[in-house]
Each structure stands twice: as C-alpha cells, then as structure tokens.
Design a protein around this ligand. Structure first.
Ligand code: GDG
Length: 449
C-alpha cells in the first residue's frame, strides 16, 4: 500500500496539529489529510542520555503514526544548535559573518543524519514515498541509500538557497551538494533559490537539479478563523483600545533574519518625518522568543528591547504608546482575528524563504475594507505578491514612505490591490504545494532495483 513518510527535525505533537504554531506544521498537516496512510519521523524535542530498546516513541492519530527519537545533549548541541542553527541558518540567510564553525559540529551533524537513517530504515516498507523537510537533514537520503533504501525520496528546503559565491563558504560545501544529489526531487521556495542551487550543481559538476514549489497556507480555513475570532472578547478589547485609529501589525519569530531592528527604525522614521501620524496610529508587534539558548538570539532580544524602549520613550505621551510589543506566542485563531482588525501588515525580513505571515494577513482581510501589505522585496513571497507595497528592508526611509502611503491609500486602490493578492493566496496553497511536490516526486522516479 502507498504510504507517505515525512521526516523533519521536529515532529509536532498530534494534539497540537489542530492548532500548529509554525508554517511547516500547518502546510504538512494539509498534505497528511490527502494521504491514505502516513508516518512522520523525527526528533521528539526531548534530550536524554540513555535510551531503552530502539529508543523510539510512537503514537498514532488520524491515519498518521508519529515516531520520534530523543537526542543526547551533545547531539542536540552539535547537530541542532551549532551546525543547523549556528552555521547553515545564518549563511543561507546571506549572513556569512554570523557563522560560528567548528569541525566537531559537522561531525555531529553527519552522525545525527546517519542515526535518523538507521532508526527509520527498519520502519520502511514497500510502497513508501519519503519526503524530507529542511536544512537539518541534507544528508539523510545519502545515508538511507547507503543502508539500501530504494523508495523515492524527496527534499524540500524551507529557507533560501544562497548563490555559489556564498554557499562555498560552508565548510564541506561540496559534500553537502553531493549528498543532496541522492534525492529524487529537490524543492525550493522560489525560482531564485532554484537558480542558485542549480548553479552550484553546475559549477561543481554534480548531476542534479532543484525546482521551485512555493509554499502556501490554507486560506479558506484561515479566513473563517479570522472572521470568527475578530468578534472574540480579546479582539474586541484590542479594537476598543485603538479608539478608531489605524493598526499596524507585525508577527515574526524573534530572529535576526526578520529585520526587526530595521523595521522599528522605519516606523521611527514615519513618526519623525510625518508628525501627523504621532498619536494617530498604533503598531502591535508580536514576536515569540525562539532559540533563546543561542547567544546571537539573546543579544538580538536585548538590542530590540533597547530600540523599542528608545522609540517609546521619545514619542509616547500619557495616553499613547507608539509600539506595543509582545514576546509570548498567542493562539493561532486569535492571531487570525488580529490580522483582520489590522489596517497594515509590516512584513520586512532581510531574507526569508517564503514568509507565511504575508499570506495569512491577506487571507484574513475583510474584502469590503481590506488592509495593505507592506512587504520586503527580500521575502520569498515578494515575486508572488507584487501588488503589495514592496520595500527595501535595509532602508528605514523606504519603509516610512510605504507606511505613509499605506495609511493614506484610498479605499478603491486598497481593494484592487488586495483582490489580486488574494487571488494568488487562494491559488498557491499549502494543499497545492504538497500535491505538486508529491506528484513530481512520485511521477518522475522509476522504482530503484
Ligand atoms: C520557515 C521559513 C517559510 C508567529 N507568531 C505566532 C505564530 N506564528 C506563526 C505565523 C506563521 C509561522 O508562525 C511563521 O511562518 P513564517 O513563514 O513567517 O516563518 P518561519 O517560522 O521562519 O518559517 C519561512 C516557512 O518556514 C514555511 O516554509 O515561509 O521563510 O523561515 O504561520 O502565523 N503562531 C501563533 N502564535 C504566535 O505568536 N499561534
């Protein structure tokens, strides 16, 4: 029987899948609904030094079996914190200067990819298709093939892929490319990412290629959630506190790729250069803390506290605070309602694979009175969403100009722009993304003997 096997670094708790907090989990939950039977394999999120038996935990819900393994403290540090998040993440977001490399991290990364393959191999059966997710597992197909796996194996990269001139700064860059060639299908977010990867293959003379499969959301259910939740007591409290003045919203994991400091400076420029908006607009930034154990993220948090403190200190008065800043996650339905109440979404990453917040904001709008999306030109979503107000996120004055324009935009222009954006969000969805990728993977691979 056909079965889909998903492998990702973290496996969501099936009880949370109804309301997952991240883009990857939402999109894949949709993919799983289309399958007759599936297995989801990866890290449990737990650290333990000793494992009994095969060390696997297993739970089944809704035709999907979730099988997880713990990591040891050393594996977690070397494979996850250091190689994946301390080396690949910054480099692939074009921040080579933030890479912090040591040879032992690469060894830990290889060892955990091998350990995943060894634990997954006995669970595989004829008819399986494996779909591996993201930069933690570049080497998995190569390891599985070495153990004799013959089924189709695909890979999707959720983050950008940098050009060769940057990629080559990755220690063991060519080994990573060679390992990627063991996948039968490689998916990337944008054509630019696919171009960059294919150039790397060409330059190193490795026979392989990748293609763009832009990821999306489930716009119908998200819009329904937004309509219901905009009427909830919490959303009404937010609305009442605005006293009829416009709301700008930002929603991002706390991460240096999201361009938060530059964005706050852009908002500061709006208040400086266009004094009419002082006291007449509110900016709500929701930024759940992530990767708090990594030094770079702790420093970023302190920096943002400082910048926000300075802006609020300079411009606040007794009954108005320019930036409201939340660092705890809020429930997904409420987030949908907040997007619907907002007049502007400020989405200005310095680099982003896609950025689902931009698509969620569009899906949540009221078609009679939609808000305006201010979007970084550097987000993977930008080529798909050209009717947004596109900005260079490094230039605070560009952001300030776009905010001013959005605050002044006539209703008919807002509606016309939103209509075109909404069409895209409703066409390229999480479901179509998974369907297209799996059709390409299953369609193009001959069974290996
Ligand atoms: C990676 C790539 C790519 C955020 N705060 C809260 C909350 N969120 C949700 C958002 C959205 C998700 O988290 C974030 O997705 P993004 O796409 O914006 O960014 P990453 O987490 O960096 O995701 C990215 C994505 O993978 C998918 O391929 O688009 O480029 O970096 O869904 O709504 N959710 C809740 N509370 C919050 O406070 N419930």
């Amino acid at each position: 029987m056909e079965r889909l096997v998903i492998v990702s670094n973290r496996v969501p708790d099936p009880t949370e899948l109804q309301q997952p907090a991240g883009g990857l989990a939402v999109a894949l939950a949709d993919a799983l609904r289309m399958e007759k039977s599936s297995l989801w394999f990866g890290w449990s999120g737990q650290i333990s030094e000793q494992q009994n038996g095969d060390g696997l935990h297993s739970v089944t819900a809704d035709r999907t079996t979730y099988v997880t393994t713990d990591l040891t403290r050393a594996q977690h540090r070397g494979y996850y914190q250091r190689y994946s998040n301390g080396i690949v993440w910054p480099l692939f977001h074009y921040r080579a200067g933030l890479m912090d490399y040591s040879r032992t991290d690469w060894e830990a990364y290889r060892a955990v990819n091998r350990m995943f393959a060894e634990k997954l191999m006995p669970l595989l059966r004829p008819g399986d298709t494996i779909w591996v997710q993201d930069y933690h597992l570049f080497l998995l197909a190569q390891e599985l093939r070495a153990l004799g796996a013959t089924c189709p194996i695909g890979f999707f990269l959720h983050i950008p892929f940098p050009p060769w001139s940057l990629f080559r700064a990755l220690p063991f860059a060519t080994d990573v490319l060679k390992a990627m060639a063991s996948y039968d299908q490689i998916g990337l977010q944008t054509r630019e990412d696919a171009y960059n990867l294919n150039e790397c293959f060409r330059i190193t003379r490795i026979e392989a290629s990748g293609r763009a499969f832009p990821i999306g959301i489930d716009p119908v259910s998200f819009a329904e959630e937004a309509i219901t939740s905009a009427e909830s007591p919490e959303a009404r409290r937010l609305q009442a506190s605005l006293r009829g003045k416009p709301l700008i919203i930002g929603v991002d994991r706390l991460d240096y790729s999201k361009g938060l400091e530059e964005r706050f400076l852009g908002y500061q420029q709006l208040l400086r250069r266009f004094p009419e908006h002082r006291g007449n607009v509110t900016y709500l930034q929701i930024t759940p803390v992530s990767r708090g154990e990594v030094e770079e993220y702790r420093l970023l948090r302190r920096k943002l506290d400082e910048v926000i403190g300075r802006i609020n200190g300079t411009f606040s008065n007794v009954d108005w605070t320019p930036i409201r800043y939340l660092t705890h996650p809020i429930p997904r339905p409420l987030l949908a309602g907040f997007y619907r109440l907002a007049d502007i979404a400020l989405v200005t990453p310095l680099r982003d694979g896609m950025n689902l917040v931009a698509k969620e904001f569009i899906a949540a709008q009221d078609e009679a009175d939609p808000g305006v999306l201010v979007l970084s030109d550097m987000a993977g979503a930008a080529p798909e969403l050209p009717e947004a107000l596109l900005v260079n996120p490094h230039d605070p004055d560009d952001t300030a100009d776009a905010l001013h324009r959005a605050l002044k935009m006539p209703e008919d222009e807002r509606r016309a722009r939103w209509k075109m954006l909404d069409n895209v969000v409703r066409t390229t969805t999480a479901g179509s993304w998974a369907r297209d990728f799996l059709a390409a993977l299953r369609g193009q691979t001959e069974p290996r003997m």
